[in-house]
Each structure stands twice: as structure tokens, then as C-alpha cells.
Design a protein around this ligand. Structure first.
Ligand SMILES: [Zn+2]
Ligand SMILES: [Zn+2]
Length: 147
């Protein structure tokens, strides 16, 4: 149901942005919106290639880039060059695991930096944080190995 709502909003916003809502674009967006692991274009292509006939990695790249321009998806900043995408548009921060590369959503209010910047005369529209380290899965493996 949540996904259906997202798709409905997607169609509406795409129209407003003058973006043609093609079945392929919907399929790519649907795949991204149904996942919370912030996939890269390559990862999306991997899971879509058997579902959509004739889809290519180039199509996925191009689609994501036009969706990004239209403000329908956002890029997730990571430590590596690879671009990861997020269909969650509300401002939020991320945790990147340096071992397995997993990207998690984190929900930490960033009022303090915003307040400090405002004091210094900056007008803050949004603040996001990129944390990195080892995720639960990876750090538990390390601990177990040491014992
Ligand atoms: Zn990890
Ligand atoms: Zn996210």
C-alpha cells in the first residue's frame, strides 16, 4: 500500500516535471522505491533485467539521471565513486558500512548544526549527515572472530 501511494505520487510529480511516465521508468522507480538498501544503477539493473524485456544498463543510468533531475529520486553520498540512489525524499542521514558497503537510513535530528550555522548568517535549507563505520552485521562477525 505504501508503495502504491509512492507510485501515485511519482506519476503526479513526473507529469508536473514534464517527464514522460513510461512503463520502464515506472518499473525502475518501483524497484527503487520498494527497496531500502539504496541500490546503485548496476544493482537495480541486476534485479530488473529478468523482469523487464529489453532493459539495458544504459537505460537504467539514463532513467535514474532524468528522475534525479526531476527531483523524484536523490543520490546518496557515499565514500566511493559509485552512485547510489534513494526514493526517500524526506531529508535524512545515512550510515555507510566500510566493510560490506551497506547503506542504512538513520534518523538523527540535526538541529544543532543548523542552529549554529544560522547564528553565523547561513540560511540552512537542509542538513544531512554521512556516518561511516562497520554495520551491526559486520561488527558482530569481528567480535565473534576475536573471541
Ligand atoms: Zn557491513
Ligand atoms: Zn536513505
Amino acid at each position: 500500500m505504501e508503495l502504491e501511494r509512492k507510485l501515485e505520487l511519482f506519476r503526479k510529480k513526473a507529469k508536473e516535471a514534464g517527464l514522460k511516465v513510461t512503463p520502464q521508468r515506472i518499473a525502475i522507480y518501483r524497484e527503487l522505491a520498494s527497496r531500502s538498501d539504496h541500490p546503485s544503477a548496476e544493482e537495480l539493473f541486476e534485479s530488473l533485467k529478468d523482469k523487464i524485456e529489453g532493459i539495458s544498463l544504459t537505460t537504467v543510468y539514463r532513467t535514474l539521471s532524468s528522475l534525479e533531475k526531476a527531483g523524484l529520486v536523490v543520490r546518496v553520498p557515499t565514500l566511493k565513486d559509485k552512485v547510489h540512489y534513494d526514493a526517500k525524499l524526506e531529508p535524512h542521514s545515512h550510515f555507510v558500512c566500510v566493510k560490506c558497503g551497506a547503506i542504512y537510513d538513520i534518523d538523527i535530528p540535526l538541529k544543532q548544526p543548523s542552529a549554529k550555522l544560522s547564528e553565523e548568517g547561513f540560511e540552512v535549507l537542509n542538513c544531512t549527515l554521512l556516518c561511516y563505520g562497520t554495520c551491526r552485521n559486520c561488527s558482530s562477525t569481528v567480535t565473534n572472530g576475536q573471541k
